[in-house]
Ligand binder design. Structure first.
Ligand code: PEP
Ligand code: MG
Length: 915
């Protein structure tokens, strides 16, 4: 006969049937309770009913497997033996708790019932044993309250109106009792008041719910077990799982455990502690405790707890006695458990304990949640203490935690109570608090006055760049993660929220209306750009520490572990310096057009416009010649700043009409310079108009139709490199052709490059010049014909912004209207402009690399779309064997971490040196 499935796992008295690595079956709490027993740590005895029972329960119309009853009875008998008490025994009764415990922690999302087993049969026995009737009646009233709420109401599916639930009704009875007896706090109620109250509670339960509160210990126990399983599919739990991405199939385990009491007088206490400080990471035992109290009193903040020890006492604790002082022996025992747990789990633990009349019991241990600062400190110090390896340390810090350390953020404490107005896309991380303005000009003017401002726009275009630079935060109603505002903000490390569709922005009236509230110029808002949340009013911000030595040490550790190279998208010598400071190993994308925006761009922009609005090749060539020195100077500056590290320079990409001046003044100035009328200018600008500019005359198509424009840029790059060489400085440009779809486009441009190269060699009297020629792969056809393209291209850089746009057919600037609905309805799990779509876009990347390397095995491959800074996408890039990722300078540390995590978690696709 097959052995019956094991559904119940006992633990207690130093023995356990489970282990820490059985979280899937026993849940986190159950697995760790078992493990603590195995470590010889005192844990009240009990048993875990497995997650399989939860699955069975839902698959079989809320029924249990037939074997369960007997297995529970057997485990209960073992628990009774370990605790030397018996459940439902009038003479020496054992009381039980019943708690949920899923694989992943879901704090407060499911139900708990305490003090199970108190009945008219057992109450006298408990009173006799404790000699404390007040304590017993208080425990009984807590049981009635919890049980009627959790089991009889919630689990039974009753949904009373707001304020009419059984818990509220019982609380009102308690308030009445307090008023009648003149008691101020619950603790002022005496034994006889509580006993009367328990009678009133039971009457009320019968009257409201229509059923008596069970006076049978077994009925209470099974009611509580059912309620815990039932709470896996409660509203709160379902909502939490959706946010945290926890699968519904996992189910919860149920832990039934002997009760121990921290509220049995002065020798009893309860507390919560962390084996290291969860806020700072400091290696000191940190926690809080309350004498004569139950666990929920600490968590609920009803009373102010006291510090655990003298070492961690703060100014808020004046007058409080530490556990170390009050109960030195127990404290020593607890401190020894702390050391044992950390050594065993090799990570900071979050623990709960109860002291019942001088005896210490551990109720929980789990990996503790921590701030970014603490995560870094613990990782670094645990390596130093030889507690963990460098590879383990890399997995101890999440990219989001690292991000916390890199930007000014909203004060997390203040943010908790701030009023959230709206949610948009988290385009530029960090926090910002400032006065709102509605135009770029107003932003510049306000910044000149020294004000901190947030630029609110419906959308942004290149003409807003000055205003964006001046603002400390940017907020737009439209646009996606790769929209112009988002790209620019990330490049500058600026806080930015885009695609916040609920904002009604009227730039003319200078108002922003949201949730029925109208904001005017000068009103304050605060942005959390890491989460995309907009708050009304002022939320204070806190600064990061720029030269945090622990951070530097941690990232150096990541560099030793990773295989992928990390470069930055940077467009100017200044950005290049920032990129190097953050550890970039080169520039993966220099968008040349950025030299025509922002500070100092007036003259080159004017010349570019002149070039664009030229109507003959001669006119255009003349304008190019004028522009040439500016471009060369810019290229030389960036190449010099990177000191011989590779710099991928992309030839002009955007559709030209983006640069056509809109304002009348600028149009008149340009007309004068070209010797034509303003009407001529307008006419030429109209000729440049396109219905679909993103798929129009842009990228390499410009180079094919206006070869003199490519030539000017190529010459500027190669002369800059040659000049640096002559000056004894190293330069390594990589000329990159954008938006390619056919190898013939590349051949066309390569011919120009070959010719200009010869001319430059001759001019500078050189025999060779180090540079590469490559292309972006951002059109599906390019990925699919990569074997042809690689005949000419020496490197590929996947432009996954456009590749995503072209693969999905979603305009990257216009996803705001449908992307939220797509995600809400589960049509798409994630915004593909934020996280690379591995199924299709990723497949094109994979195929592109494979085909490219089939003809050029050493083809260098990177990514420069926004996905290059997204951790999940970086894992993918590692897996498909890319050489490097490139992202905004401010995300370089995140990419260094994510690349290291990918190397630890995945088997490297191919062993290759870092580029
Ligand atoms: C891309 O398309 O992924 C890319 C990097 O180029 P851009 O965003 O400038 O179009
Ligand atoms: Mg592109």
């Amino acid at each position: 006969m097959a052995r019956a499935t094991k559904y119940v796992y006992f633990f207690g008295g130093g023995k356990a049937e489970g282990r820490a690595d059985m979280k899937e079956l026993l849940g986190g709490k159950g697995a760790n309770l078992a493990e603590m027993n195995l470590l010889g740590i005192p844990v009240p005895a009990g048993f875990t009913i497995t997650t399989d029972v939860c699955t069975y329960y839902y698959a079989h119309g809320r029924k249990y497997p037939a074997e369960l009853k007997a297995q529970v009875a057997a485990a209960l008998a073992r628990s009774e033996k370990a605790m030397q008490k018996r459940f439902d025994d009038p003479a020496n009764p054992l009381l039980l708790s019943c708690r949920s415990g899923a694989r992943a922690s879901m704090p407060g999302m499911m139900e708990t019932v305490l003090n199970i087993g108190l009945t008219t049969r057992t109450i006298p026995g408990v009173i006799r044993l404790t000699g404390n009737p007040r304590f017993v009646w208080d425990a009984y009233r807590r049981l009635i309250m919890m049980y009627s709420d959790v089991v009889m109401e919630k689990a039974a599916g009753l949904e009373p109106a707001e304020g009419m639930g059984i818990r509220h009704r019982l609380e009102r009875l308690m308030d009445e009792m307090k008023a009648k007896t003149g008691a101020k706090a619950d603790t002022d109620l005496g034994a006889e008041h509580l006993e009367t109250l328990c009678g009133q509670f039971r009457d009320k339960v019968r009257q409201v719910i229509g059923k008596p509160f069970p006076d049978n210990a077994q009925e209470q126990l099974w009611g509580a077990i059912g309620a815990v399983f039932q709470s896996w599919n409660g509203k709160r739990a379902i909502a939490y799982r959706r946010i945290e991405g926890i699968p519904g199939e996992w189910g919860t385990a149920t832990n039934v455990q002997a009760m121990v009491f921290g509220n049995m007088g002065g020798e009893s206490a309860t507390g919560v502690a962390f084996t290291r400080n969860p806020a700072t990471g400091e290696d000191k035992f940190f926690g809080e405790w309350l004498t004569n109290a139950q666990g929920e009193d600490v968590v609920a903040g009803i009373r102010t707890p006291s510090p655990l020890n003298e070492e961690t006492r703060s100014e808020h604790d004046a007058g409080h006695v530490s556990l170390e002082e009050a109960m030195p022996k127990v404290y020593k025992q607890l401190a020894a458990i702390r050391a044992k747990l950390e050594k065993h789990y090799k990570d900071m633990q979050d623990i709960e304990f109860t002291i019942e009349r001088g005896t210490l019991w551990m109720l929980q241990t789990r990996t503790g949640k921590r701030t970014g600062t603490a995560a870094i400190r613990m990782a670094v110090e645990m390596i130093r203490q030889k507690r963990i390896t460098r590879e383990m340390a890399v997995t101890r810090v999440t990219p989001a935690q690292l991000d916390e350390l890199l930007h000014r953020i909203l004060d997390p404490q203040a943010e908790k109570t701030a009023k959230a107005l709206a949610k948009g896309l988290p385009a530029g991380p960090g926090g910002a608090c400032g006065k709102i303005v509605f135009t770029a000009a107003d932003a510049v003017a306000a910044a000149e006055r020294g004000e901190k401002i947030i630029l609110c726009r419906k959308e942004t275009n290149p003409e807003d760049v000055e205003g964006m630079r001046a603002a400390i935060g940017i907020l737009t109603a439209l646009g996606g993660m790769t929209s112009h505002a988002a790209l620019v903000a990330r490049g500058w490390g600026k806080c930015c929220i885009v695609g916040c569709g609920v904002l009604a922005i009227d730039a003319r009236a200078k108002t922003m209306t949201v949730a029925g509230q109208t904001f005017r110029e000068g009103d304050y808002v605060s942005l959390n750009g890491s989460r995309g949340i907009v708050y009304a009013g002022q939320v204070p911000t806190v600064d990061p520490d720029p030269e945090n030595p622990l951070l530097v040490e941690f990232l150096a550790g990541c560099d030793k572990v990773r295989r992928l190279g990390v470069r930055a998208n940077a467009d100017s010598p200044k950005d290049a310096a920032t990129a190097r400071a953050f550890g970039a190993q080169g520039i993966g994308l220099l968008r040349t057009e950025h030299m025509f925006y922002g500070e100092g761009a007036d003259k080159p922009l004017f010349l570019l416009r002149k070039m664009i609005l030229s109507s003959t090749p001669e006119e255009r060539r003349a304008a190019c010649d004028e522009l040439f020195p500016f471009v060369k100077k810019d290229m030389k500056g960036t190449l010099a700043a990177m000191a011989g590290l590779p710099v991928t320079i992309r030839l002009l990409d955007p559709p030209l009409h983006e640069f056509v001046p809109q304002g009348e003044g600028k149009q008149a100035e340009l007309a004068k310079a070209l010797g034509i009328t303003v009407d001529d200018i307008r006419r030429r600008a109209e000729d440049l108009h396109e219905s679909n500019p993103m798929m129009g005359h842009r990228g390499v198509r410009l180079g094919v139709t206006y070869p003199e424009v490519s030539e000017m840029q190529i010459r500027a790059i190669l002369e800059a490199a040659a000049e640096l060489g002559k000056e004894g400085k190293k330069a390594l440009p990589e000329i990159m052709i954008p938006v390619t779809c056919s190898v013939n486009e590349l051949k066309d441009q390569a011919a120009i490059i070959a010719r200009v190269k010869q001319e430059v060699l001759k001019k500078f009297g050189l025999r060779k010049l180090d540079f590469l020629v490559g292309t972006m792969i951002e059109i599906p056809r390019a990925a699919l014909t990569a074997n042809h393209i690689a005949e000419v291209a020496e490197f590929f850089s996947f432009g996954t912004n456009d590749l995503t746009q072209m693969t999905f057919g979603f305009s990257r600037d216009d996803i705001g209207a449908f992307m939220p609905a797509y995600q809400e309805k589960g049509i798409l799990a994630a915004d593909p402009f934020q996280t690379l779509d591995q199924e299709a876009v990723g497949e094109l990347v994979r195929v592109g690399i494979e085909r490219g390397r089939s003809v050029r095995p050493k083809l260098k491959v990177g990514i420069c779309g926004e996905h290059g800074g997204d951790p999940a996408s970086i894992h993918f890039c590692h897996k498909v064997g890319m050489d490097y990722v490139s992202c905004s300078a401010f995300r370089v540390p995140i990419a260094r971490l994510a690349a290291a995590q990918a190397a630890v978690q995945d088997v490297p696709a191919k062993k290759k040196g870092k580029k």
